[in-house]
Every structure is written in structure tokens, then in C-alpha cells.
Design a protein around this ligand. Structure first.
Ligand code: HEM
Length: 530
């Protein structure tokens, strides 16, 4: 085990290798997915149904019933009809094509406003948000664009990103100004004008999203540009498209997410392989899949660790205001009226990594979701799952159901070495959530007593609800292992994993109890808005 300065483990992969027989093949998935790949290559997907139909929930449920889910081997980069966010072995949970970085000339003023908007402009000057001038600029200069004719999915995604950026900046501009002066958010603008609200709603309907800023569809995963398009999606090769603060820390914050999710194609691949091999009760294949899954999660966790140096914790609250939601936030006690769209106020959760699909995929695969306590915090976790691209939602539902059907956990615990591998993967989820809890303490709780996170969850209790479940489940799984059947090396390492989990469980309980005292009744379960 290697620990970093924050006390977070940064990897212990060698031991799991010893669980894998040396004769095991390393590309078993090639065999399993030939059928789906050839179907896609031959255009069978198109012939069978319309694009919309193929992604409609009923069709996907049918795939799920037949223990199959359509996952693309290639990212289908040239296709402008499939949704941008379609789960694939190449792109994983990232969009199939790199996001459109600049709008067509027809949307010149929208593009111009977004470029002038950030607090810090690239030329060193201050932008509209720094001077509190965005609201007026929107009212005076933004045309009422008609977007009803747009069908190109890449452009629709870019327009969604851009209108949600503008909507959040417009609604939260007064809160940012107030927070800078008084460390209090005050009230946001309560009405979204129709030159933002109507095109935003039109585009949102076309891509099946809520008309509000989202993690995948706008702020994080649809907001990067490759510096050299011929090179892979890695942090040094990425630039941001849109931002609120225009700071290096916002750049780092967003692009660390992208660099992590760039590994999710492998996560999807080994998730499918784990379920397929469990279905066929093929122990060797199952162990190989779990080993690769563990390696993939370790790479993702190592990338996450870079957050500490890529985004300064002291800067986080300078852009966080703009990713707050209109649901369960005191800045919008009565939601937001969308002019020309709805006379009734609308409420949406804010942008949050909680809408990322990697950890829910692991939770579902390892059947941890079903172990979450029955309480309002877990209801919030489920609600978060509505705020993601449709195909991600369908994939996660599919994984949850299929993992239960083939009983991934049950198959793992029949064998000591499989259990060790299964536990190693739980440990990756623990490492992610533990590091994440450390981020939250350092970037947020240390600097503010605002009781609600950007996604609208209670800041002290929600993350520990999931982290403590994982820690507790790890202890339970640890108890099922017959240590006599493990190699000496694995015996020591499983012991380390279980031990660390038990220590972290105790420390977490103490921390939450102390922090709850500081934040008071705002963290009570009966205050949680689902
Ligand atoms: C400075 C860094 C970060 C901070 C301060 C932070 C903060 C938070 C907070 C406060 C929540 C609670 C949900 C809400 O918004 O209401 C949350 C949830 C979440 N965030 Fe982050 N986050 C950070 C980085 C990341 C990164 C890099 C990822 C990678 C994808 C991520 C993924 C998640 C996930 C998966 C959840 C749900 C956790 C769970 O299911 O237990 N976050 N984040």
C-alpha cells in the first residue's frame, strides 16, 4: 500500500495479479462482442429501428431482458444522428465526438457573450461577470434565436451546453457578487428571460435533458477541446471551452473529471465482461475481468489524485456559485420561472460529479446500490441518477439488473481468490469516495458553512451515507473469505484492505458527528429534499 500526503492510498495493484492464472487470455471480450460490433458495422442497428426507437426505454429494456445492451465498439465519430452521449467501448461515458468548441456564425452573439462572460478573460482583462454586467448584456443584446430546425446532435449538444452556461451565469450572477462581498449568497434572479428560456427548453427537449446545467451534458464532459486532435484525451492535451471564472483552478477542476472519464471505455468493457463471465460461471474469465476492472479503477483514481495540484482549494468557491441548482437552494426559495416556457416555477438540481456514471456503474455491478440504507439520503442518490444522458441512465439500469440476475457478488464469494478480487474492486470505490470526502472537507467545508452542496444534497451527511455503506460492506465481505485458501501475499493484502476500511469507518463516524454539530439541524434527515 502506498499512501500520499493526504493519507489516501494511491495503489496496490501487484497482489491481484497473483489471483489470475498465467494461462488466462487477455482479450476475451473480443469474442463476446463480435456480434454487436458486426451488427453496428453492417448498419443492422439502423435497419432494425429508427434512431429514436433504438434508444427508447422500451427497446433498451428488451435488450436488458435478453441480457444484452447495445454498446458501440467504435465511437461512430462521423454520425450526427446518434445522441452525443452514447455509451461505447472507445468513448465510455464521454461524448462520442469531441465537443463542438465554437458555435456556427448564425449564433454569433451567443458565442460572443459566452466569450466575454468569464470573470477573468484570457487577455488579462475582467469579463462581464466580474463587473456584474452579464444580466444587462443578455437583456439588451441576446437575440431570440429560433433553434427549432436544428437536428445535428453535435450542434444540439453544444447549444445545450452554451444556453445552460448562460442560464446559470444569468440566474446566479447576483449571488456571486453578494458572496464575494459578504460570504452570503442572497437571492438569485428568479426569472429566466425568454431569449434564454425558450431556446434552452427546445434544445433540452430534443436531447432528452432538463433545461438546466448538467454535469455530463454541459459543465464537465461536454466542455473540453483537444489541443492536438490526433493525440488522446489526456489532461495535458486538453483545453476548456466555456468557463465562469476563467481561472487555472476552474480549468483543472473540470478537466480532471474529463481525464478520469477518458478511461471509462475500459470500465464499460470490464463491467460487461464481469457480468458475462459470471453468467457463464467461468471462474478464470471472471477473475481476469475483475483484475482488469481493478486496474482500470486504479488508473481512474490515480488521475483523480491530481486534483490537489491542478485545482487550488482556495479558488473553488470562486466558481462554485455558478454551478448551484435551483432545487433545495435558499437562493431560489420559489424555484425559477422560465419565461415563455412555464408559468409555474421549475426546480432542478445543480451540476455535480454525483451525476457521473463511473461510480454508479461500479456500485451497480458489485451490487452495492442494493445495500444502501433505506433513508432520504439514498433517495437523493437515486434522484441524482435522473440528471444524466438518457443512454447513460439506461446503461446503468441495465447493469444494475443484469448484475443482480447473474449474481456477481454471489459468484465472487464462492471462491476465496474471486472474493479477494471483488474486495479489491470495492476498495477502489472506497478509495474514490474517501479521497472525494477529503476533497469536500478541504475545498468546501473548510471555507464555508453553506449547508447544501451544488447538487442540493446536505453537505455533511450525504457523501458519508455512501462511503460508510461501502466501508461496512467491505467488512462483511472480508468476513466471508477463507484466508487459508489465499496466497500468503493476498492474505496480507486482504487483511490490510479490511483493516483500513474498519479504521476509516470509525474515523468517518467521528468526523460526521463533529461536523453535524457545527452545521446544526440543516443536516437532519427530515430536512432532506428529495
Ligand atoms: C475538488 C474536487 C471535488 C469536490 C469539492 C466535489 C464535491 C462534491 C460534493 C459536495 C458532492 C455531493 C453531491 C452534491 O453536489 O450535492 C459530490 C458528489 C460526487 N462527486 Fe464530486 N467533488 C469533487 C471532485 C469530483 C471528481 C473529480 C469526480 C470524478 C468523477 C467526482 C465525482 C462525484 C461523485 C461520483 C459523487 C457522488 C458520490 C457518491 O455517490 O457517494 N467529484 N462531489
Amino acid at each position: 500500500m502506498r499512501l500520499n500526503a493526504q493519507g489516501t492510498d494511491v495503489g496496490s495493484r501487484a497482489w491481484v495479479l497473483s489471483c489470475i492464472p498465467s494461462s488466462a487470455p487477455n482479450s476475451l471480450y473480443d469474442i463476446c462482442f463480435v456480434a454487436v460490433r458486426s451488427l453496428v458495422e453492417q448498419g443492422g442497428f439502423r435497419q432494425r429501428s429508427t434512431i429514436t426507437g433504438a434508444f427508447a426505454p422500451s427497446t433498451t429494456r428488451q435488450w436488458a431482458k435478453t441480457h444484452d445492451f447495445q454498446i458501440f465498439e467504435s465511437a461512430m465519430e462521423h454520425d450526427v444522428e446518434l445522441p452525443s452521449f452514447t455509451v461505447g467501448y472507445k468513448n465510455g461515458f464521454l461524448p462520442r465526438q469531441d465537443p463542438l468548441a465554437r458555435l456556427p456564425d448564425r449564433f454569433f452573439t451567443l458565442e460572443y457573450l459566452l466569450k466575454q462572460m468569464p470573470i477573468n478573460l484570457p487577455d488579462g482583462n475582467k469579463g462581464l461577470l466580474a463587473r456584474g454586467e452579464l444580466g444587462d448584456a443578455v437583456k439588451k443584446n441576446l437575440p431570440f434565436y429560433d433553434v427549432s430546425d436544428v437536428t445535428d446532435q453535435r450542434l444540439l449538444s453544444a447549444l445545450f451546453r452554451d444556453y445552460t452556461f448562460l442560464a446559470s451565469a444569468y440566474l446566479l450572477e447576483p449571488c456571486d457578487i453578494m458572496y464575494r462581498e459578504k460570504k452570503n449568497y442572497g437571492l438569485g434572479r428568479q426569472v429566466l428571460p425568454k431569449n434564454i428560456a425558450v431556446p434552452l427548453k427546445t434544445v433540452a427537449d430534443k436531447i432528452g435533458a432538463n433545461p438546466f446545467m448538467e454535469y455530463a451534458l454541459s459543465y464537465s464532459l461536454y466542455n473540453y477541446q483537444r489541443i492536438d486532435p490526433s493525440k488522446p484525451i489526456t489532461y495535458p492535451n486538453l483545453n476548456l471551452v466555456r468557463s465562469f471564472a476563467g481561472s487555472q483552478s476552474e480549468h483543472g477542476f473540470i478537466l480532471v473529471h474529463v481525464a478520469m472519464v477518458a478511461n471509462s471505455g475500459n470500465l464499460v468493457r470490464w463491467t460487461m465482461e464481469t457480468m458475462n463471465s459470471a453468467a457463464q460461471q467461468d471462474r478464470n474469465r471472471f477473475n481476469v475481468a475483475l483484475k482488469h476492472l481493478n486496474d482500470t479503477m486504479e488508473t481512474i483514481n490515480q488521475e483523480m489524485e491530481n486534483m490537489w495540484e491542478r485545482s487550488n482549494h482556495e479558488d473553488y468557491l470562486k466558481f462554485r456559485t455558478f454551478i448551484m441548482g435551483s432545487k433545495n437552494q435558499p437562493m431560489f426559495p420559489n424555484g425559477v420561472i422560465y419565461e415563455g416556457v412555464s408559468d409555474k416555477p421549475l426546480y432542478y438540481r445543480g451540476e455535480s460529479g454525483a451525476n457521473d456514471s463511473m461510480i454508479p456503474c461500479m456500485d451497480n455491478l458489485l451490487q452495492i446500490t442494493a445495500q444502501m440504507p433505506n433513508n432520504p439520503l439514498t433517495e437523493v442518490l437515486k434522484d441524482f441518477r435522473n440528471y444524466r444522458p438518457t443512454n447513460h441512465k439506461q446503461f446503468l439500469e441495465y447493469v444494475q439488473k443484469r448484475a443482480e440476475d447473474v449474481n456477481v457478488r454471489g459468484f465472487a464469494v464462492q471462491d476465496a481468490n474471486s472474493t479477494a478480487l471483488y474486495l479489491a474492486n470495492m476498495d477502489q470505490i472506497r478509495a474514490f469516495r474517501h479521497r472525494h470526502w477529503n476533497f469536500t472537507k478541504e475545498y468546501i467545508i473548510k471555507h464555508t458553512s453553506h449547508p447544501v452542496a451544488t447538487g442540493g444534497s446536505p453537505i455533511i451527511t450525504w457523501l458519508p451515507n455512501q462511503l460508510s455503506t461501502v466501508l461496512h460492506q467491505m467488512a462483511k465481505v472480508g468476513q466471508t473469505i477463507n484466508y487459508a485458501e489465499l496466497s500468503l501475499e493476498n492474505r496480507i493484502l486482504v487483511g490490510e484492505i479490511v483493516n483500513r476500511a474498519s479504521i476509516q469507518e470509525r474515523v468517518l463516524k467521528r468526523e460526521v458527528s463533529i461536523l453535524k454539530d457545527r452545521f446544526g439541524e440543516s443536516q437532519d434527515n427530515n430536512r432532506v429534499v428529495v
